[in-house]
Each structure stands twice: as structure tokens, then as C-alpha cells.
Design a binder for this molecule. Structure first.
Ligand code: NAD
Length: 417
């Protein structure tokens, strides 16, 4: 068995496929394959016990041709420059695909946040924000939460940036608490988008969305609320998981109740009353209608793709399916709603948040979710129509649209000097 494809390998292979279908020249391919700007910083942290430890942080701006860079900040022990590069590239295609005026970026710190206190994480965030400060800003690059970070992280980031500038700059990050310029509807936006994308795919296949079973890998910001929204909409959620493992009940479970208990201090979904413990690997291979990977990259690979029984995979996570696995799934007739479409609800509402911050004018949750639905449904329809027209997968069609618009922006702007 070949080694599992990494996120960066997957991103490059997907790009090459889109370039081939679009008939772009080698120079344009190279331009699109190469990150525009990369920053590596060291983050000296004074631990609570007085010792000093030095962490590594990154910010990669993959492309700026359509507007300021946009993308989350990840705190995870396996984060490295290649992972951040891949995530930044996917952000470029995602923003382009859904038609918002951003390029793509991503940031990360190599750290396991579970092993640090809240005050230590605040110091890490403030130092990281200061170090990458010169390349960040509402008109340059706008971070947001990702794995291991949340709205509190964004509040510290925004505060640090603002203090360093001498005035409050709400538009420097999105995914902030509503009390300091965050948007109504942002916290659940990615998950709501996952549900809208899943329902679009199910309806297109003639399936009744209220008559399906679902398994969700990852019970964090995206997976937790995706499970809840799908359950609330009538789907039967039979399995959820987190880093420690999964919980399974063939009769279904109530994710809202589990989320409440997580917020109240429950550490894991494993061992939840009325469920059987399963592994993350077993969850992926359950006999369900819809599988929502909402944790990390490359979890569906050439080693397990053939054992996936779900008819639909709706990618809440970025890059959960490797290109090797995509080929197997396609030949097995599995419909994969790709990450850059399925999880684009988060950046769509981040865009709304940034627009509200720049205008200092606030929208209602109803306005936000209506606009989100509009973007997701029209993007899905566009991707699906191109997939049919060109006889390609939804992923290739989504990449063709995303990559094609960025290539067009480069052509139109011209090459300096
Ligand atoms: P999170 O940190 O809130 O949650 C991550 C979840 O995955 C947690 O339940 C964690 O326990 C679990 N997990 C971690 N390692 C795991 C492993 N090895 N196996 C199984 N589960 C594991 O992160 P999030 O913001 O929900 O992000 C999840 C995915 O969604 C990432 O791929 C992220 O890039 C993507 N995404 C997030 C957003 C957003 O708005 N937060 C938007 C678009 C895409």
C-alpha cells in the first residue's frame, strides 16, 4: 500500500487535475501552485511555572489576486508548514468558488492546546498575533478560528492587534464574539452550510433528507453543530466522535443534549449513556447514508476508501479525502460533496462579519442565514451543473470553478513588472 497522501500532496494533485481540465498553461499552473507569501515565527512562551518554551507558528498567504487573504488559525500538535500551505490553497479556491472577494490564507501554531492553561494560551495567541501582525489587517489578511481555536482566541487576537495599532480594529479577524463585532449566525455557519450542502446532494439524488442516517467524525465547532442541525432537520444521527473515539447507537442520538453536556464539562463522547464505543476508523466505515468527516485531513485514504459504505460524503473538514481515495469512491458511486463547497458556510459568514465590521452596521441572524443559504445553494447548483456538463466529479467541478476564477484574475490584472 502506498503511503497516505498528505494534505499538501492532495492539494497539489487536485490543482493539477483542475488545471488539466481548464487547459491552463504551465506558467499559470506554477503561479497557482506556489504560495505568494509565507511567514514562520517563533513564539517564546512563559509557562505558568516560570519556565520558557519556544513554539513555532506560521502564516501562509497562498493567493491575493482577488482580494485580501482569508483563512483560519489552527492550534494542533501536528501542524507544520506543509499542512498550512495546503489549507491556505484550499481557502483560495473556496473563496473564489463561492464568489467572495478574498484570496486564501491559513495560519497555525504547533501546539496541543489541551496541555496548556487558558492564561498560557492567551500569551501564545498575543505573541503569535504580534509576530504575524505586519502582514495581517482588514485590507491585507483576516484570520478566523480553526481546529483548536475559538472565538475567545479571536478576541485576544483582535485586542492585541488593536492595542498595537492604538485603536480598535474589529475587522482584523472574524469569528469573534458578537459583543465585540462578531456576526450573528457565525458560530453555526460552517455547520449550517454542511447541512444545506448535504440536503442539496440528497435532493438531487432523489433521496428524502429526512429519511437518512448520518455519522459525523469530529464533535467540535463544525461537527457538533452539523450533527445537531441534521438531527433537528429530521436525519437520524447514529454516530459521532472526537479525538478519543466515537459513540454509536443504531436508533439515533440527540446531539444537542450531548453538546450541552460537553459544554458542561463532559470530556468526550466516548462512553455516552445509551451508546456503544467505536473507534474513529469504525465510524468512517459504518453502514450509513451520509458520512460527515469534520475533524482532520486525509482520514479517508487508499487504505479504507473501499470499505466506506456511505452513499454520500459531505466534507465538513478540509481535505479529509485523499485523491487516491477519491478515485475509489468515484468508481464505487459514492457522491463526495467537496470541502471547498460543503464547508464554505464558515467563510461566507466570515465575509458578512467583515463587511459589517467595515461598515459598523449590524445584520440580524435571519438576514445572515438567508444570505448564507443563497450562496450555498447557488454555488452547489453551479458545481453540480458543471460536473454534469463535463462528466467530472463534484470535487473536480468545484476546483475548476475556484481555480478558473483565480487564473482569470491573474490574466486580467497582468504580471508585474
Ligand atoms: P475543533 O477543534 O472545534 O474540533 C475538532 C474536532 O475533531 C474535535 O471534536 C476533536 O476532538 C476532533 N479530533 C481531533 N483530532 C482527531 C482525530 N485524530 N480523529 C478524530 N477526531 C479528531 O475544529 P473545527 O473548527 O470543528 O474544525 C474541524 C474541521 O473543519 C477542520 O478540518 C477545519 O479546517 C474545518 N473547517 C472549520 C471551519 C470553522 O469555521 N471552524 C470552517 C471550515 C472548515
Amino acid at each position: 500500500m502506498a503511503a497516505r497522501q498528505s494534505a499538501w500532496e492532495s492539494a497539489q494533485i487536485q490543482l493539477a487535475e483542475a488545471v488539466r481540465h481548464l487547459g491552463l498553461d504551465d506558467g499559470t499552473h506554477q503561479l497557482l501552485a506556489t504560495p505568494r507569501r509565507e511567514m514562520t515565527v517563533s513564539i517564546p512562551l512563559r509557562r505558568d511555572d516560570g519556565n520558557v518554551e519556544v513554539l513555532r507558528g506560521y502564516r501562509v498567504q497562498h493567493n491575493l489576486s482577488r482580494g485580501p487573504a482569508k483563512g483560519g488559525i489552527r492550534y494542533h500538535p501536528s501542524t507544520d508548514i506543509d499542512e498550512v500551505r495546503a489549507l491556505a490553497m484550499w481557502m483560495t479556491w473556496k473563496c473564489s468558488l463561492i464568489g467572495i472577494p478574498y484570496g486564501g490564507a491559513k495560519g497555525g501554531v504547533t501546539i496541543d492546546p489541551r496541555l496548556y492553561s487558558r492564561t498560557e494560551l492567551e500569551r501564545v495567541t498575543r505573541r503569535y498575533a504580534s509576530e504575524i501582525g505586519p502582514i495581517i489587517g482588514p485590507e491585507k489578511d483576516i484570520p478566523a478560528p480553526d481546529v483548536g481555536t475559538d472565538e475567545q482566541t479571536m478576541a485576544w487576537f483582535m485586542d492585541t492587534y488593536s492595542v498595537n495599532r492604538g485603536y480598535t480594529v474589529t475587522g482584523v479577524v472574524t469569528g469573534k464574539p458578537v459583543s465585540i463585532g462578531g456576526s450573528e449566525g457565525r458560530a453555526g455557519a460552517t455547520s449550517r452550510g454542511v447541512m444545506i450542502a448535504a440536503f442539496a446532494a440528497l435532493r438531487e439524488a432523489g433521496a428524502n433528507p429526512r429519511d437518512v442516517s448520518v455519522a459525523v467524525q469530529g464533535f467540535g465547532k463544525v461537527g457538533g453543530l452539523a450533527a445537531q442541525y441534521l438531527h433537528d432537520a429530521g436525519c437520524k444521527v447514529v454516530a459521532v466522535s472526537d479525538v478519543k473515539g466515537g459513540a454509536y447507537n443504531a436508533m439515533g442520538m440527540n446531539p444537542a443534549k450531548m453538546l450541552r453536556e460537553m459544554r458542561a464539562g463532559m470530556e468526550s463522547v466516548v462512553g455516552y449513556p445509551g451508546t456503544d464505543a467505536i473507534t474513529n476508523e469504525e465510524l468512517l466505515e459504518l453502514d450509513v447514508d451520509v458520512l460527515v468527516p469534520a475533524a482532520l485531513e486525509s482520514v479517508i485514504h487508499d487504505g479504507n476508501a473501499d470499505r466506506i459504505k456511505a452513499r454520500f460524503i459531505v466534507e465538513g473538514a478540509n481535505g479529509p479525502t485523499t485523491p487516491d481515495a477519491d478515485a475509489v469512491l468515484e468508481s464505487n458511486g459514492v457522491v463526495v460533496v467537496p470541502d471547498i463547497l460543503a464547508n464554505s458556510g464558515g467563510v461566507a459568514v466570515s465575509y458578512f462579519e467583515w463587511v459589517q465590521d467595515l461598515q459598523a452596521y449590524w445584520w440580524s441572524e435571519h438576514e445572515v442565514t438567508d444570505r448564507l443559504r443563497g450562496i450555498l445553494e447557488s454555488s452547489y447548483a453551479e458545481v453540480s451543473a458543471l460536473a454534469v456538463e463535463r462528466g467530472v466529479s463534484l470535487r473536480t467541478a468545484a476546483q475548476m470553478i475556484g481555480v478558473g476564477r483565480v487564473a482569470e484574475a491573474h490574466r486580467t490584472r497582468g504580471l508585474y513588472p
